[in-house]
Design a protein around this ligand. Structure first.
Ligand SMILES: [Zn+2]
Length: 300
């Protein structure tokens, strides 16, 4: 079962963008106030429809409590675009909300379980994945959040996605989540496109976690060509079973009307680059369809 903002689905057949944002605009500053307005929601829905014309079958919104999550808006966008949308349980880390600083692991665990089993932010819309992360410094609050997320994952069967602020944090993420009892195959470590070389992916891949090359089209960070080289090298050593591809759209200026390639970046810009580098369509499908599907599928 895959849990979307419009209900539970048995399966999703086709490409899934597993690390996106449909509401927030981080152009200027971070925090809960940077949500897109109603006019932008229309634009986001249009951009999703455009990506659907290239094959997109579902999208995961990884905004959480403290970073502009609004499940009602996600449901509106989902209905407007006629696209399954998965929303996330969890808490933000930049800055860490006061409730996280003040609360116990058990309280945070139970909040995440409620998000998945009852509804997010007082709504009846349930989360289908758990998201947490670390800021530049790994704080005691982050440790609480990671343990809480692991326990909520074990209790609900939902997977955990983590945000890394640096590739070197990934090892701590894996160690903390698995020490709390998590199966590594239920963990997705984000932003591994920042890896210095494929060696970083090979090393992390040995732990059994999945890795996100999830900023395709965000060329301010790394060019698509550099990311395509990295993905091709990873596929050449058999890591295609542990990689997901996404574009982490979180800025207005990446939307189509403002000149960006938006949620279509992976399909329109990146697929040809991978093919050119010898990555087979079967491997692309693995990264875009099978892997995100497996993560989103509740294990019980
Ligand atoms: Zn993100």
């Amino acid at each position: 079962m895959i849990r979307t903002v419009t209900g539970d689905l048995d399966t999703i057949d086709g490409p899934i963008l597993a690390h996106e944002h449909l509401q927030i605009d981080l152009c200027c500053q971070k925090g809960p106030e940077v949500v897109l307005g109603p006019a932008d929601q229309e634009e986001v829905a249009n951009d999703l429809v455009q990506a659907m014309s290239h094959g997109l079958q579902a999208v995961v919104d990884l905004s959480v409590f403290g970073s502009g999550r609004n499940a009602e808006v996600l449901r509106k966008i989902s209905l407007q675009a006629q696209l399954p949308v998965i929303c996330a349980a969890g808490f933000y880390w930049d800055p860490t909300p006061q409730i996280v600083l003040d609360s116990s692991v058990e309280f945070l665990r139970d909040r995440m379980i409620d998000d998945v089993t009852i509804g997010v932010d007082g709504s009846e819309i349930r989360a289908g994945i758990i998201k947490i992360g670390t800021d530049r410094e790994i704080s005691p609050a982050a440790e609480k959040l990671f343990i809480a997320a692991a326990l909520a994952s074990i209790a609900t069967g939902a997977a955990v996605v983590t945000h890394t602020s640096a590739v070197a944090q990934a090892a701590w993420h894996v160690a903390t989540l698995t020490a709390a009892g998590m199966d590594p195959s239920r963990i997705l470590i984000s932003h591994m496109g920042a890896a210095r070389s494929v060696e970083d992916l090979i090393t992390l891949g040995r732990s059994g976690v999945s890795m996100g090359i999830d900023k395709v089209g965000f060329i301010a960070r790394r060019s698509n060509a550099e990311l395509a080289d990295l993905v091709a090298q990873a596929c050449a050593v058999g890591l295609e079973n542990q990689i997901i591809l996404s574009s982490d759209v979180a800025r207005r200026d990446r939307l189509l009307r403002r000149g960006g390639s938006s949620y279509s970046a992976v399909f329109v810009d990146f697929y040809p680059m991978l093919i050119e580098r010898g990555v087979s369509q079967a491997k692309i499908d693995r990264m875009m369809c099978h892997n995100p599907h497996t993560l989103l599928h509740f294990v019980h």
